[in-house]
Design a protein around this ligand. Structure first.
Ligand SMILES: [Zn+2]
Ligand SMILES: [Zn+2]
Length: 862
């Protein structure tokens, strides 16, 4: 064996393993009959940076994947890339200094693909460096035809089942991104705005209305009041005149109106918010769209047409003020819907879009078949599902996304949805192979809208389980790990799509992980300057230390604070393990004729108990619990106790007793490396490879050794520890020989390892020791004597110290101590003295240590 370095060189070890590992050991076997464990890994957006939140989630997934593999499962830990979307389009425009409309659609898409491929390559490097056991034979990239043909086929199938339709319908619109977005992509934030009080003309006298959106006056289609509103109900059924634009709108009654807000009168516009949409539908109101797709005012805004929303707002307010229409203004806190990508305030526009039907009951029922970890996270899905009053808008007005495989007949306008066998295709590039089924025309317009990227990622689980592949499908998958921020999107849509397309739940379990918070307790972000990149942590302490932070930082579902402290202690543990291995290496030898003694059996029992506990924690995804149990065994039980106890046997003469210690150390290190393999795959591999020449990552999860509880070995360990403490309290070197150690216990203790580890003769006796205590020193207590005897105190104290300690002790026990001072006798209470004693056994002074189950007498000198 080559020299083992004293310091653990994580960099050298980790980088060497990254280069030498054979990744094919992590491939899923489609032909195996072993129980499957398929993980629906989140496909990250290829930004080029695998950030710390990803890294935390992947640590959890890797812990599970490695554990399940060692338990004999046929594991798939695939890796996908969710490529499409706006950020890449924006980045391409930036890099090439173009706008997407300046180059042909195909060319722009090609540039996006090129950038995405580069970013994926960068992120793969970080993932490998972090030691993740991904199955790269099951990698998928949503922008590639192999994948997006499945997205398109899923669209066609759901269309044919009547689950997808196209309709004019209000949608959330981001004017900056220039696209429709789904409700799940709207974030709410409170902003302070102004509530404007204005007058609408009426023959019954002006009607007073309060609104925060005067720029929507041109979109006003009605005014609503509560039917019981004393002051305003006389207007119900009449018409009032919209100021500035001078047209009439009806006044309607609706119970939803809050008579205490503003003036109690509401202006209904198409559309200011979701409530406007409800009223518009319920009261069958006309549509007046005042804002266009780019966030500018339309023709119906008259002289304001072409202005941006905010410019129009200022201009209208100014005009109404100058005409006295606005008579009051006050600040108003409002919840505003924002685009989740760019934080621009969304508008609600009526647009012809594609929609997926939502069946909330079916989603809730399917979710109930899934095990949620932690359980309480399911309520988020239920709450969200309960708020759905619109279907899922799936069309987007972008380029870099899966094309919607549809054309429109130029002659009759009928849509032609592609047949599955024509896919994949881009209707902007190819024509349908058949004429219009309606009119026979061969002239078509392509659908230029594309699909929401959640349409791609919501079939990730079907893709990895072999849907539409040459393999026999294996859905449902066993596990979906994901963040709680995308329950209402990714989890929701996946459940919907799996049920719609294959009629089953997508997974058996869903494991929700938290967000990573910075050391200051805030969500990590570049702007808060609390941002840490995994690469920075790895460079300083290595991937195994980083992974320990993930393991101990928290349990699934809770947010996890990044703490350097955890990483540093992770690094310290690696060094401790390495030192222990370095000591053990020459002694760790498997043996057939070993005769394990009480101490060996105790170690094997402790090891077995720990294995059972860790297995149970792993089955419940409680990684912090599992890792802490392993670490505490390695550090406290094995290194600090067992190895100290058996050192003398290891260095002693050859024989079955020595070989038992060697064999036990071998078994312990073998099991320990297996248990550590999911958490710290690099050091586990390095030690295991050196120990046995095999890879820990193809080994099985350790089993308990079937050893009964070992009270004798446990007590021996306690006695040895007590003697160690005794020596260190007195500043003695740990190998200092003591004259003799007597252990009184009802257990039949072996003495070899006690003698060896204490460097002293050890005698074990039954029963209790015969001991006596003797008073050896009187310690007068000034605080009890002083206040009573004042200036006599000095004399009393001097006298007490000259008296026979045994005599003083006897008097104290009787309750009074008599002291002669200056011819007089004074009486002291028992609190006036403390008496130091010594313990005697067979007439000689000993130190006595009481332990649970034993009394230890230590003789220091002859
Ligand atoms: Zn946006
Ligand atoms: Zn036609």
């Amino acid at each position: 064996m080559s020299e083992i370095s004293k310091e653990y060189d994580f960099k050298q070890v980790e980088e060497r393993w990254v280069d030498t590992w054979d990744e094919s050991i992590y491939y899923f076997d489609w032909n195996s009959h072993a129980p499957q464990y398929i993980i629906d890994t989140p496909p990250p957006y290829p930004t080029g940076n695998f950030h710390i939140g990803n890294a935390l989630n992947w640590c959890y997934i890797d812990f599970v994947a490695r554990y399940k593999r060692m338990r004999g499962y046929n594991v798939m830990f695939p890796q996908g890339w969710d490529c499409h979307g706006l950020p890449t389009e924006v980045k391409v425009e930036e890099i090439h200094k173009i706008t997407k409309n300046e180059v042909p659609r195909e060319e722009f898409r090609r540039l996006c693909e090129e950038l995405t491929a580069q970013n994926i390559a960068k992120m793969r490097v970080t993932m490998r460096r972090l030691g993740f056991s991904n199955d790269w034979s099951n990698e998928y990239v949503t922008m590639m035809p192999e994948y997006y043909s499945k997205t398109q086929r899923s669209f066609v199938r759901m269309f044919e089942k009547g689950m997808i339709y196209r309709e004019d319908h209000p949608v959330n619109w981001c004017p900056r991104c220039g696209t429709a977005i789904a409700f799940a992509e709207v974030e709410y934030d409170s902003r302070t705005t102004t509530l404007n009080y204005l007058r609408f003309g009426s023959p019954l006298g002006d009607l007073e209305i309060a609104t925060s959106r005067p720029e929507l006056l041109a979109a006003c289609v009605a005014v609503a009041v509560h039917p019981e509103d004393e002051k305003n109900r006389k207007y119900i059924g009449t018409e009032v005149k919209v100021p500035v634009f001078d047209y009439n709108v009806p006044v309607i009654a609706d119970e939803v109106v809050d008579p205490t807000f503003g003036t109690g009168v509401v202006m209904i516009c198409t559309f200011g918010d979701k409530q406007d949409v409800r009223w518009w539908v319920e009261h069958d109101l006309p549509l007046r769209q005042a804002i266009d797709r780019s966030g500018r005012m339309t023709e119906i805004a008259g002289k304001f047409a072409g202005l941006k929303i905010s410019e129009c707002k200022d201009a209208i307010i100014e005009e109404m003020k100058s005409k006295g229409v606005i008579y009051k203004e006050e600040p108003l806190d409002q919840n505003v819907g924002l685009c989740w990508r760019c934080k621009t305030a969304i508008e609600i526009l009526s647009e012809r879009q594609w929609f997926v039907k939502i069946n909330p009951g079916e989603i809730i029922d399917t979710s109930a078949e899934i095990e949620w970890v932690p359980e309480h996270m399911e309520i988020r899905l239920k709450n969200w599902t309960g708020t759905m009053d619109w279907d899922w808008c799936i069309s987007r007005q972008r380029i870099f996304a899966t094309p919607i495989p549809v054309w429109y007949c130029k002659n009759c306008g009928e849509p032609l949805v592609a047949k599955e066998e024509w896919l994949p295709l881009d209707p902007n590039v190819s024509l349908p192979p058949v004429p219009c089924p309606n009119c026979g025309s061969e002239e078509f317009e392509p659908e230029t809208d594309v699909l929401d990227t959640w349409m791609d990622s919501s079939i990730s689980v079907l893709n990895v389980t072999g849907w539409l592949s040459d393999h026999k499908p294996r859905y449902p998958a066993q596990l979906r790990p994901q963040g709680h921020d995308i329950i209402r999107t990714w989890a929701f849509y996946t459940i919907l799509r799996a049920k719609a397309l294959v009629g089953t739940r997508p997974w058996d379990s869903i494991l929700i992980n938290g967000m990573v918070l910075g050391e200051d307790g805030h969500k990590m972000s570049k702007s808060l300057n609390n941002f840490i990149a995994p690469e920075e942590v790895m460079a300083k302490y290595g991937a195994d230390a980083f992974r320990q932070w993930a393991a101990v930082g928290g349990s699934p579902g809770s947010d996890v604070m990044f703490r350097w402290k955890d990483v540093i202690s992770g690094g310290r543990f690696l060094q401790k393990l390495w030192s222990m291995y370095r000591f053990s290496a020459p002694h760790a030898v498997k043996s057939d004729d070993a005769a394990p003694n009480q101490v060996d059996r105790w170690l094997l029992f402790e090891l077995s108990t720990m294995i059972e506990a860790v297995t149970d924690s792993m089955d419940r995804f409680q990684f912090d619990e599992a890792f802490r149990a392993i670490r505490s065994f390695a550090w406290d039980v094995l290194a600090d106790n067992y190895i100290e106890l058996v050192k003398s046997r290891l260095y002693g003469p050859d024989g079955p007793e020595k070989r038992a210690a060697q064999s036990t150390i071998y078994a312990a290190i073998e099991a320990l490396t297996s248990l550590l393999a999911p958490f710290t795959p690099f050091i586990a591999e390095e030690i295991r490879e050196n120990l046995s020449g095999e890879s820990v990552h193809t080994s099985s999860w350790p089993r308990p050794f079937g050893v009964n509880p070992q009270p004798e070995g446990c007590l021996i360990k306690e006695v040895a520890a007590a003697v160690r403490r005794y020596k260190s309290d007195r500043g003695m070197a740990l190998n200092t020989p003591l004259a003799e150690i007597e252990v009184y216990s009802d257990l039949d203790l072996e003495t070899t390892d006690l003698t060896g580890s204490t460097s002293s003769p050890v005698v074990v006796k039954r029963g209790s020791p015969e001991i006596e205590t003797r008073a050896v020193e009187v310690k007068p207590q000034m605080k009890a004597i002083g206040p009573v005897f004042k200036n006599l105190s000095g004399e009393i104290i001097r006298t007490l110290t000259t008296m026979d300690p045994e005599d003083v002790a006897r008097q104290r026990d009787s309750g009074k101590i008599k002291v002669k001072v200056g011819g007089e006798t004074v009486e002291l209470g028992p609190e006036a003295v403390e008496i130091a004693t010594e313990t005697l056994s067979a007439g000689k002074a000993v130190e006595m240590i009481s332990l649970a189950g034993a009394i230890v007498l230590i003789r220091t000198g002859s």
